[in-house]
Design a protein around this ligand. Structure first.
Ligand code: TRP
Ligand code: SF4
Length: 404
């Protein structure tokens, strides 16, 4: 696979740490269900990542994996459009993690903001472990194993994708420089045939001498089209465009998903850690109860006190669930104190119940048929493994441990 194809490949992962809530649904899952129609998508339930912090509560992990798979499926992640799998069922993740650990400077891991922060947050638990320090590298391996170019993540994970880019670059730098690279690249150019070779040289020159990025794109498109050259030569020619060595592991880009849109019921982030969230599996009564009990703009102490939607944790729900006229009604009524908060919440209760209803029907079907879910995950792992093995074969041979 070459870097251009990698731009059409998505990988993302989620830790199996409990049932998913509306924040996951609107912030992440809906985005995934859109991406799966235009990209080749790999979505992983990253159980090894759960172990990096939950190593002392392992009893729940398999249940959480199942719950998460059902939540994904019922939210519309489709096993025929995307590949969903459990990370530990593709042990190649561990091998790539190990191999990358040889070249990953400790300081890169130590300086990641998530490292110290998380250690401070999880007070009472010892997170000064080897596994926890290395989890961003495991994440880098998750991504690079599939040579995914696009990684949808929330803002808190962007530094990790950046880190994965650094690791890929270092890997390419160390191992993409085969002896005689330039000679091999020049020979590959000749093999292209007269016309394409001339064009390639012209575009490469335009990029290297004038920094013409369009020329770089055109040259990549040209290479992508070519059928009659080997993968090795293709990688060389991709690398040669930019001057370096072979691009063995393409650098991924993050695709920011807006997870901040839905704050928690009390205005904090809707997190799994507390029950401050509407779960996808909440019954209509639970939804009604939770919305009714949501705090509102603190300025509205009395029914007659005007409020402002911008200060109200309920408002983001209107932004997602209400049409323009309902939004206008709520905003006006709030600012003029002509409606009460319970009244304002009324349409939301119904809208959320209706939104989750089809999802819950699907979830019930999967819940009644756990073997189907296991089958989907096993098939996903099979598909993922094919891609993973292809990458690993190249990584092994680049690192000199290919014995065939
Ligand atoms: N570390 C991510 C999180 O805590 C989960 C994750 C693991 C991930 N591997 C990944 C996300 C690969 C994107 C790509 O949310
Ligand atoms: Fe919030 Fe609506 Fe009450 Fe205003 S009227 S404070 S928007 S719940």
């Amino acid at each position: 696979m070459n870097p251009v194809e990698s731009e059409r490949r998505v990988l993302s992962g989620m830790r199996p740490s409990g049932r998913l809530h509306l924040g996951h649904y609107h912030g992440v899952l809906k985005n995934w269900t859109k991406l799966q129609h235009t990209y080749e998508c790999f979505f992983s339930i990253v159980d090894w990542h759960a172990l990096t912090t939950e190593y002392d509560e392992v009893g729940n992990i398999s249940g959480h994996v199942m719950d998460m798979a059902i939540d994904w499926l019922s939210a519309g992640v489709s096993p025929s459009s995307s590949t969903m799998f459990i990370q530990s069922q593709v042990p190649e993740h561990a091998e790539l993690h190990l191999l990358l650990s040889m070249i990953c400077p400790l300081s890169w891991l130590e300086r990641l903001p998530t490292y110290k922060e998380a250690q401070e947050q999880q007070r009472g638990k010892d997170l000064s472990t080897y596994g926890f320090l290395g989890y961003p590298l495991l994440q880098a391996a998750d991504i690079l194993l599939y040579r995914a170019g696009v990684v949808p993540v929330g803002g808190d994970q962007q530094a990790h994708v950046e880190f994965a880019r650094d690791v890929a670059r270092r890997f390419n730098h160390l191992y993409g420089r085969e002896p005689g690279f330039e000679e091999k690249a020049e020979a590959a150019i000749i093999k292209l045939g007269k016309k394409p070779a001339k064009l390639y040289n012209k575009l490469r020159q335009a990029y290297q001498e004038q920094g013409d990025v369009e020329a770089l794109d055109t040259a990549r498109a040209l290479l992508k089209e070519l059928q009659n050259i080997t993968i090795g030569d293709k990688e060389r020619l991709f690398g040669y465009l930019e001057g370096g060595g072979k691009v063995l592991l393409p650098e991924p880009q993050s695709l920011l998903s807006d997870t901040s849109r839905l704050a928690g019921l009390d205005g904090g982030k809707m997190s799994k850690a507390n029950s401050n969230a509407i779960y996808l599996c909440d019954s209509p009564d639970a939804i009604e109860d939770k919305i009714k009990r949501m705090p509102t703009d603190p300025a509205r102490v009395h029914r007659s006190d005007p409020g402002s939607p911008q200060n109200c944790p309920v408002w983001p729900l209107h932004e997602i669930y209400s049409d323009t006229s309902t939004c206008a009604w709520a905003a006006e009524g709030c600012k003029s104190a002509s409606i009460g908060c319970l009244e304002c919440k009324g349409p939301l209760i119904e809208a959320v119940q209706l939104d989750l209803q089809p999802l819950q029907l699907r979830a019930a079907e999967y819940r009644d048929n756990p073997d189907l879910v296991r089958h989907i995950l096993a098939e996903g792992a099979d598909r993922a493994r094919v891609e993973a093995r292809e990458t690993l074969a190249e990584v092994r041979s680049a690192m000199g441990i290919n014995y065939r």
